[in-house]
Design a protein around this ligand. Structure first.
Ligand code: OGA
Ligand code: MN
Length: 229
């Protein structure tokens, strides 16, 4: 089945870019200068609306999985640390493919400008029900130092000033110093050094939708390709 957006492209009506073109050079400069980047109105609004609807449908059909801490055998469910429910993006919809393709452009730009050798991107939808939060953390796992850059895209239309759910970023290697407080408003895109920028999600008052993703370096050993997640 083709989605309305795919029908549009087959009629050769070009879709707007998923990511505002001026965002890429800014993102690279900000990562180099301060280790984090934040942009409002960076993600295409129509695309965000499609992704938001997809996540809402998954939540409604109980098709999300409770998010854990750690990975593989050491995965633990800890509601006192994080309360979101997730679904990994797998290119199953046109909107997901558009989002992942846009992240592919970011990956290419980062590799070209900064020689990061980023090899792969993984991302999940995250639904935070009212009251949920994610305590301060770094996006890396013990013994698996391969998440290099984190991205977060926000999907929530009309987020009120008192909606809560801000993502707070702290200075690289200095968890005492807050550097940004990010409202999870539609189109906002954040990017930061995964292992060096501590961050947290404050308790949300409303259901909160985001896509968290990571560019990875290949951590394969002995010819075994590292599995995606
Ligand atoms: C994460 C994370 C932030 C957000 O999933 O690791 O920090 O705002 N998410 O969704
Ligand atoms: Mn994180």
């Amino acid at each position: 089945m083709t989605s309305p957006a795919e029908e549009l492209t087959t009629l050769n009506i070009p879709l707007p870019p998923a990511l505002a073109p001026e965002a890429l050079p800014r993102l690279i400069d900000a990562l180099v200068e301060q280790g984090w980047y934040l942009g409002d109105g960076v993600l295409d609004a129509e695309l965000c609306a499609e992704l938001h609807a997809e996540l809402a449908a998954l939540a409604e059909h109980d098709a999300l999985e409770a998010a854990g801490i750690g990975r593989g055998k050491s995965l633990q469910l800890r509601r006192d640390i994080r309360g979101d429910a997730i679904h990994w993006l797998d290119r199953e919809s046109h909107a997901q493919r558009r989002y992942l393709n846009a992240m592919g452009e970011v990956q290419q730009a980062l590799n070209q400008a900064l020689f990061l050798g980023l090899f792969e991107y993984e991302a999940h939808f995250a639904h935070y029900p009212p009251g949920a939060f994610y305590r301060r953390h770094l996006d890396s796992f013990r013994g698996r130092a391969n998440r290099v850059i984190s991205t977060v895209g926000y999907l929530n239309p009309d987020w009120p000033a008192d909606g809560g759910g801000e993502m707070v970023l702290y200075a690289p290697d200095d968890p005492g110093r807050e550097v940004a407080r990010v409202r999870p408003a539609v189109g906002t895109f954040a990017c930061f050094l995964a292992e060096r920028v501590p961050h947290e999600v404050l308790p949300t008052r409303l259901p909160r939708a985001s896509i968290a993703g990571w560019f990875r370096r290949n951590a394969s050993l002995g010819g075994l390709v590292d599995p995606a997640h």
